[in-house]
Ligand binder design. Structure first.
Ligand code: FAD
Length: 289
């Protein structure tokens, strides 16, 4: 089922993100996680694509498994950094062969240490060009990324939303946000995007803080800010992993409950492949069917 049909059917839509295990880890490890996640009957599970296309084969294999073995809808992430148009066409053919109908189309990050993105020869500069190309095939529903605090390379939120509108104009069916820890960023962003004519549903990307070092690394890479309330929790509980997990899950639940009260179109949980914690969060906020 395509994303536009999923979002036309029910709101709020609950979805999860997983990532492929590292190359040296057997792919089967993620299948155990998937068995538990699919029991929660999410509307879809999205599968990330390694930086610069490094995990392409595994991403496709896992997305195919979600859809064809577990019978849950999937969204395959696809980045165009490092890929020529010919290579993207090859991936699109593979996705089609696996009956995958939904793509989260992204530009991808510059290589580590380089602050500036340069496209490869015959490649794409912005996600909107990739989206236009995918839409031309007429075969996929396309989601795109959105940044409630602005993208790291464009901290002028007004301008970032202007570019976002150009991106959605290519035929985007869903926006999924970067993680954020202060819902006010989301509400302000949603209002400003709608005012600028962005009319597709916006799913809130929520990442529970389960490990302080991991969250510090991720936020330093993606630019999401840590509000004082969360920083205090991280200081107080960071030294005891089990206490941090508990506090981080409670914080995520509070965020989700508040978003649901404020008519969020979708909750997209960055599961970090942690099925047990995902299960507990979904149960605690009353979203188990
Ligand atoms: P774009 O929409 O192209 O934007 C990139 C930058 O260009 C922004 O600063 C924007 O303001 C600017 N811009 C856009 N148009 C113009 C223009 N016309 N002129 C000037 N500037 C412009 N990365 C991965 O490698 N794999 C993944 O699986 C993955 N999944 C993600 C999932 C989500 C939900 C999110 C939010 C991000 C994900 N990312 C992933 C990270 C993403 O690749 C990076 O954030 C990347 O830096 C930007 O991708 P984009 O598609 O948002 O780019």
């Amino acid at each position: 089922m395509k994303l536009n049909e999923i979002y036309a059917r029910e709101m709020p839509v609950i979805s999860f993100e997983i990532f492929p295990p590292k190359p040296q880890t057997p792919i089967e490890t993620v299948f155990t996680t998937l068995e538990q996640l699919t029991e929660l009957t999410p509307a879809f599970i999205s599968v990330t694509y390694g930086a610069g296309g490094s995990s392409a084969a595994r991403s496709i294999e896992i997305a195919s498994r979600v859809k064809n073995a577990y019978g849950v809808e999937t969204v395959a992430h696809l980045t165009c950094a490092n890929a020529s148009r010919t290579e993207i066409d090859q991936i699109l053919r593979e996705l089609r062969d696996h009956h995958i109908e939904n793509i989260l189309a992204l530009r991808g990050d510059p290589p580590a240490g380089e602050g500036y993105f340069s496209p490869v020869a015959e490649g794409y500069r912005y996600a909107k060009e990739l989206i236009a190309h995918i839409k031309e095939t007429g075969q996929f529903s396309v989601a795109a990324a959105a940044y409630p605090e602005g993208h790291l390379e464009c901290r002028n939120l007004e301008l970032d939303i202007y570019y976002l509108k150009e991106k959605t104009n290519q035929g985007v069916d869903l926006l999924i946000t970067q993680l954020f820890f202060d819902n006010d960023f989301f509400y302000r962003f949603r209002e400003r995007a709608e005012a600028k004519g962005v009319h597709c549903p916006i799913a809130a990307g929520i990442m529970p803080v389960l490990n302080v070092q991991q969250i510090k690394r991720i936020t330093s890479l993606c630019g999401a800010s840590i509000p004082e309330k969360l920083a205090k929790l991280m200081d107080r509980y960071g030294g005891v992993p089990s206490d941090m997990v508990k506090a981080g899950m409670e914080y995520a639940c509070e965020q989700i409950v508040d978003l649901l009260e404020n008519k969020v179109a979708g909750i997209h949980l960055y599961t970090m492949n942690k099925a047990e914690q995902t299960k507990q969060i979904i149960r605690q906020v009353g979203l188990v069917k």
